[in-house]
Design a binder for this molecule. Structure first.
Ligand code: HEC
Length: 172
């Protein structure tokens, strides 16, 4: 009898543990998108591509509907830019690199952030360690990072990408 009730207790413990860990996972995913949004919204300490914050006309290769864009790099990612503000050919972005592409619907309306965040230990990171974020300017999620760049990598993996980034190719 004693052994049986011991086993039952063990089973209950196991179920409690299981429920806890699965909740944890969901929370982790939500935190990631919110975290990416907050990181993208902050503008301090970034360097603009080619050292310019001017809006660029979207390129022919763009997968987004917005006509204008501009791209910035946090201080860690910016170590992989040359003096002209272009990405160094063949570079691998280091852990902690954050790249934010701002997508504009017109000259003054910021509509979305497309985000690349090098965080290889994140449960949402792809095989290269990138977490792919896609959030609207109001904070709603356009594509969850839990998708691990499923809608992004096929295009970003094209020829002449630099560690999956494409600014150099389309804005040489
Ligand atoms: C059909 C191709 C295509 C798809 C799909 C696409 N992108 Fe891009 N992306 C581009 C191109 C081209 C650029 C270079 C700037 C431009 O012209 O928009 C770019 C630039 C970026 C940049 C700036 C850094 C760089 O140099 O690449 C980020 C960040 C980004 N995309 C994130 C995303 C995310 C996140 C997704 C998926 C939700 C995505 N992209 C889907 C084509 C694509």
């Amino acid at each position: 009898m004693k052994t049986i009730s011991f086993l039952w207790n063990f089973r209950i413990l196991f179920i409690v543990f299981f429920v806890f860990t699965s909740c944890d996972k969901n929370e982790d995913t939500d935190t990631t998108d919110l975290e990416l949004y907050n990181l993208a919204k902050a503008t301090e300490g970034f360097t603009w591509y080619k050292n310019s914050d001017a809006l660029l006309d979207k390129s022919i290769g763009s997968g987004h509907s917005q006509p204008f864009l501009r791209t910035r790099y946090n201080s860690i990612a910016a170590t992989q830019l040359d003096t002209l503000g272009k990405v160094i050919a063949g570079t691998d972005f280091t852990e902690g690199s954050l790249i934010v592409k701002e997508l504009y619907g017109n000259q003054t309306t910021l509509e979305m952030y497309a985000i690349l965040y090098k965080q290889s230990k994140n449960s949402n990171a792809d095989a290269n360690g990138w977490v792919w974020g896609y959030v609207n300017a109001n904070g709603t999620v356009a594509e969850p990072s839990a998708n691990k760049g499923a809608g992004c990598i096929s295009c970003h993996g094209q020829s002449n990408n630099v560690d999956y980034t494409l600014m150099n190719k389309y804005f040489p």
